[in-house]
Design a protein around this ligand. Structure first.
Ligand code: NAI
Ligand code: DG6
Length: 519
């Protein structure tokens, strides 16, 4: 998939003594305002406003970017590829409900807006596309490639996925049939045994080896060269793996992990090998599946090389609703006491998850998603008190990719009453996940072009290797060690929005609207 980058357009400029534009950069001096809290001996809190000044530097040159997917021939991989081609070509196709046109609905970057400010004369709110806040790559310009253990070309993979309308498939088929995934690494013990029959495109060796790391690195370099790219982002959208055991001396430090791969240790997963290869190739790597790809050694290696990693597990349908709804309920002062979440689905993801160890990885990532909201409300919940929470996933081939997610939220309300919310959510899995792949790649790429400095920290450097800014798109956000995990959807969006705003010297999005209240 090839295209030339669209010329960067400036929809707006910031008029401030703290913001300067050069041909290459946007430079900003930004005062970050927080509140430091201390506890007195008598147990009272003292809240002190705190200011920290940061300089941000944004590289304005939009790079020609490649997106390499691990699991390219899967439902997500083939669907996102077709979607990008359809958007790039502005395709319109016929369905039994009439014509449909390509769009990027479901992508927060491509489909949503942020408030820039208030029109000086009229007081009208001015909202701009999220994509225009910073000079971001356009998804139509992404060059797509990747790996799969299945040899089907991406058009045939799209057929196998049974996601898109035949009329749309016909329009993109020829181009996609020319795209073939690179052979990948397959360690059968990590994914369900029922995946074995599609594994016909594999590199020799069934456990970790340094030659696998070198091959993946070479694949990234070749793809970059062949397509004349400035940058590549790699994203794992392959099968959910089982958890890897964390073993001291094996995967607990960067050096041990590298040695373990060289020794062919059986507890190193394919996704961790990809992570190591990407880090050594200075290429951001994002994990869209729930397993613990980022063992301590993989995180330490990324930190050592100052490269970006992000994960885990796309937050697409049921969990996205959950992280919005639970945030709402608990912040409304309603005491949620149980969540029962059932899923049945019939795609290959469901087939893989019908195996216990792979299901367990998904169960973990789907289960911890309300912890921060519960912990934040000491009025409703005692220390260590949690709502009951259960997650069930069943493989039901007939429903294909149209996953059914049934949720019951049971809550205690005023004076011993109860509120029961029952949701039946048909989550067209790959159509919800594909825009998240785009968002993850676009934001990760943008972060490679943002640098900061402060008086304390010295010269310019990048954000921390663990890209927690990607949390909005992920079920079990990976965060730098010792920092809080935020699952609440509104907070996650706030972080994304306000960090982007800070880079151009704008205050956080505020809904105070004092200009409409104090006059
Ligand atoms: P899929 O099963 O259709 O695709 C996975 C692909 O990965 C397959 O083509 C398989 O051959 C390939 N694969 C397996 N091991 C590989 C390896 N070592 N190297 C290269 N390729 C490999 O699954 P789907 O629906 O595309 O989902 C992908 C992942 O994303 C799954 O882990 C799923 O749990 C996760 N996910 C999906 C969401 C969705 O809404 N579709 C949401 C959240 C997570
Ligand atoms: C069962 O839920 C299968 C999973 O792979 C999900 O489809 C996927 O993780 C999306 O989950 P959610 O909770 O974001 O809809």
């Amino acid at each position: 998939v090839q295209a030339q980058p669209a010329p960067a357009k400036d929809l707006f400029t910031v008029n401030s003594p703290n913001v300067t534009y050069t041909d290459d950069h946007i430079n900003t001096k930004y005062v970050y305002r927080t509140t430091a809290v201390t506890k007195t001996e008598s147990g009272k809190f003292v809240a002190s406003p705190k200011e920290t000044t940061y300089d941000f530097k944004v590289d304005r040159k939009v790079p020609k970017t490649g997106m390499m997917l691990v699991g390219w021939g899967g439902n997500n991989g083939s669907t996102v590829t077709a979607g990008i081609i359809a958007n790039r070509r502005g395709l319109v196709w016929d369905t039994r409900e009439g014509h449909r046109a390509a769009n990027y609905y479901g992508s927060v970057i491509m489909g949503s807006t942020i408030k820039l400010g208030t029109e000086a004369q009229t007081g009208e709110e001015i909202n701009i596309p999220f994509h225009d806040v910073l000079p971001m790559v356009h998804p139509n310009d992404l060059v797509v490639g990747g790996w799969d253990i299945s040899s089907l070309n991406i058009a045939a993979a799209m057929d196998r996925a049974q996601v898109l309308e035949p009329t749309l498939k016909a329009l993109v088929y020829k181009e996609m049939s020319l795209q073939k995934p690179l052979p990948s690494i397959y360690y059968p013990d990590f994914i369900a045994a029922n995946q074995e029959d599609r594994a016909d495109n594999i590199l020799p060796g069934s456990k970790a080896s340094w030659s696998h790391v070198e091959q993946i690195r070479a694949d990234i370099r070749n793809f970059k060269e062949q397509n004349n790219l400035d940058k590549i982002i790699v994203l794992w959208t392959a099968n959910t793996e089982r958890y890897a055991d964390i073993i001291p001396g094996v995967n607990d430090t960067a050096d041990n992990l590298i040695e373990a791969i060289k020794q062919g240790h059986e507890e190193v997963s394919p996704s961790t090998v990809f992570s190591v290869a990407c880090t050594l190739e200075n290429t951001p790597f994002i994990n869209g599946s729930p397993q613990n790809t980022f063992v301590p050694g993989a995180i330490q290696l990324a930190e050592k090389h100052n490269t970006f990693i992000g994960g885990d597990d796309f937050k697409s349908g049921q969990t996205k609703m959950k992280s919005a709804l639970v945030d709402f309920l608990i912040n409304a002062g309603i005491k949620l006491t149980s969540i029962a979440s059932y899923n049945h689905l019939g795609n290959n993801d469901g087939k893989n998850l019908s195996s216990q160890k792979q299901f367990r990885s998904k169960e973990i990532s789907k289960s911890n998603v309300v912890d921060d909201m519960v912990a934040a409300n000491s009025v409703l919940y005692a220390k260590d008190e949690h709502p009951d929470h259960t997650v069930v996933i069943k493989y039901m081939p007939a429903v294909g990719d149209n996953k059914r997610a049934l949720d019951e939220y049971y809550a205690e309300i005023f004076m011993g009453g109860h509120q029961t919310i029952s949701i039946f959510n048909v989550c067209e899995d790959s159509l919800l996940a594909s825009p998240l792949i785009i968002d993850l790649v676009l934001v990760a790429e943008m972060m490679t072009r943002i640098q900061w400095k402060s008086e304390e920290a010295g010269d310019y450097k990048g954000f921390h290797s663990v890209l927690s800014i990607l949390s909005y798109m992920l079920k079990a956000p990976l965060v730098p060690a010792g920092t809080p995990v935020v699952n609440a959807l509104a907070k996650q969006r706030g972080a994304l929005t306000n960090i982007f705003r800070a880079c151009i010297g704008l205050q956080p999005e505020s809904d105070m609207t004092l200009e409409h209240k104090l006059f």
